[in-house]
Design a protein around this ligand. Structure first.
Ligand code: GLP
Length: 252
């Protein structure tokens, strides 16, 4: 059986991975200033966004013609809500770079008709010509975006119930009160994700080691949504030493 096509890139620390990925994105923007980027939230990309802001301040990266589409948003939260992913992105990245507001695309968690909102997002991605480069985080339970483990996965952008594990993982945005974390989210679907031309999944920290192993070596199963990345032609999995510890060839 041919080995899957995932490319693994290992880094000593979360910071070295973040800085290398920021430089990789900067090179991508030089090659194609109109790059259409998909972006994640979570703790993992915070050092990446800090490194991108730093590159921008030093004049090494120009977002003026790029476009972005974020992966997901909490259902029920308006973009202006202090706890929304939209606000998170403003705080960590968008507020500090020269990406025009008109090129920032986001799911609106407070849209009156979530189904129509998801359809609108799919149309917007299609109109932009699709995602050139999608950066993903990884849930400790193997989720990507808000595509949670379950009996089945949904292809298109959709609204979805969040597992308690995911709600706990997101509690920091809600004053560490798990009960305050919305029970549902809007997310790009597995098809939306797999249609991206190129994907870089960034996973750091020991808490991700099992999910990384299952993503790379495990069977393709909706129990581990990230395992479907094995079917894509152009995926890189970037890990720090801790997240890569359970990969074969890591001595375990
Ligand atoms: C959230 C987001 C995901 C993200 C995941 C990992 O649930 N919806 O897109 O990848 O968390 O978060 P962290 O990087 O904080 O571990």
């Amino acid at each position: 059986m041919p080995a899957n096509r995932l490319i693994i890139r290992r880094f000593a620390s979360p910071n070295t991975a973040a800085k290398a990925l920021a430089r990789y994105l900067a090179r991508g923007l030089v090659a194609n200033p109109r790059l259409v980027l998909g972006l994640p939230t979570g703790r993992t990309p915070i050092p990446l966004y800090a490194a991108l802001v730093e590159l921008h301040r030093s004049g090494f990266i120009d977002f003026s013609r790029a476009s972005t589409f974020n992966l997901d948003e909490f259902l029920g939260l308006a973009p202006s809500d202090a706890r929304s992913y939209r606000t998170f992105m403003q705080r960590h990245l968008f507020g500090h770079i020269n990406l025009p507001a008109s090129r920032i695309h986001f799911l609106n968690g407070a849209a009156p008709d979530p189904r129509e909102e998801c359809a609108r997002y799919e149309r917007q991605i299609a109109r932009a010509g699709g995602l050139d480069l999608l950066v993903l985080g990884l849930g400790a339970n193997g989720h990507i975006g808000f595509n949670e483990p379950g009996q089945a996965l949904i292809a298109a952008t959709h609204s979805t119930r969040l597992t308690n594990r995911t709600r706990r993982a997101n509690a920091a945005l809600f004053g560490n009160r798990v009960a305050a974390v919305p029970r549902a989210g809007l997310s790009m679907g597995m098809g939306t994700i797999l249609h991206a031309r190129h994907i870089v999944l960034l996973a750091t920290g020991a808490a991700k080691a099992v999910a990384v192993r299952r993503l790379v070596h495990g069977p393709i199963t909706p129990d581990v949504p990230a395992s479907f990345l094995q079917l894509h032609r152009s995926v890189e999995v970037w890990v720090d030493a801790a997240a890569g510890l359970r990969l074969s060839g890591s001595g375990r």
